[in-house]
Design a protein around this ligand. Structure first.
Ligand SMILES: [Zn+2]
Length: 301
């Protein structure tokens, strides 16, 4: 009895230590306790770590990645707030140079701030599918990108499978882009961002058919930790098959409360839940930051 009692005590102490340290082990990945809401603006870049900001832009997408070797990458720049809300958020991180601006596709909710971003920051390279698309906002983006004078890469220069030449520490692999897609969502540049053992998938707004092509036509390792849920949680995307193949631990949905599209769709949220994906939305959390050290991932909000 005494032996069993001391074993139980050791177990109890171990559990308490684990609880005090704020971590729980789950499926090989250390799942952090969610920190109290201190505001994403309080989280600086951390030496040796990659930080990813899912920025609250209302109904739209924008994510800032700061790599351990000090490269700043903005994936999408569109939403329904004032443009200065985004540029100020980025400036407040101490960012003056964007090593890459990736506009996944030409819809306004992914590029409405792109010209402001190009005017505010020293942008060193621009990536977009290169679709023939007639909106005024898209033309403004193309004009601003040309005026920036940096290299602009489209499907003319990029192939599926290519790695973008941005960072020596983090790989940005193109899993999809299609300038000839029937609809702009399916043109989206899909990026797998990898730092050590941390893998994140940025899907733009691809829909079911493209998810299926990515799963079946290529031999990519699609097992990721973090999924930027496609198309703001629309039921056009994020199939069970896609979730089974990508097995994310965390899902991030950029979406505005009360949007007219009904995003995020309850069927997608149910699928995320039934696949044990812990998901977060900008409409509930505001801007969200995660920190990746190449092994573990911390939620900093
Ligand atoms: Zn969108």
């Amino acid at each position: 009895m005494r032996k069993r009692g001391s074993a139980l005590l050791v177990l109890l102490v171990a559990v308490m230590l684990l609880a005090i340290s704020g971590w729980a082990l789950e499926g090989g990945l250390r799942i952090p306790e969610i920190f109290p809401d201190e505001g994403a603006q309080d989280v600086p870049g951390v030496q040796g770590n990659m930080t990813v900001h899912f920025i609250d832009v209302g109904q739209g997408d924008s994510a800032l990645i700061i790599t351990p070797d000090g490269k700043n990458v903005l994936i999408d720049a569109g939403g329904t707030y004032a443009p200065s809300d985004l540029t100020r958020y980025i400036s407040d991180r101490g960012v003056e140079v964007l090593d890459a601006l990736v506009i996944t596709h030409p819809h306004a909710d992914h590029l409405s701030y792109a010209d402001d971003v190009l005017e505010t920051f020293d942008v060193r390279s621009v990536y977009h599918p290169g679709m023939d698309y007639g909106s005024v906002g898209y033309q403004r983006f193309l004009t601003a990108a040309e005026a920036e004078g940096c290299p602009v890469y489209t499907e003319m220069e990029l192939d599926v499978g290519d790695e973008l030449n941005i960072s020596g520490a983090v790989t940005f692999q193109v899993l999809w882009l299609d300038s000839q897609a029937d609809n702009a969502n399916d043109a989206s540049i899909v990026l797998k961002v990898s730092y050590g053992e941390n893998d994140l998938l940025f899907t733009g707004d691809i829909e079911n058919n493209i998810e299926s092509i990515i799963l079946h036509d290529q031999q990519f390792d699609l097992n990721v930790d973090v999924l930027k849920v496609s198309h703001h949680g629309s039921d056009t995307s994020t199939t069970q098959e896609f979730l089974s193949a990508t097995t994310p631990e965390f899902g991030f949905i950029s979406v505005e409360e009360g949007n007219s599209y009904g995003h995020p769709h309850s069927s997608v949220l149910n699928r995320l839940e039934s696949n044990s994906v812990q998901y977060f939305t900008t409409m509930e959390e505001g801007s969200m930051v995660i920190r990746c050290d190449g092994e573990n991932i911390w939620l900093m909000f």
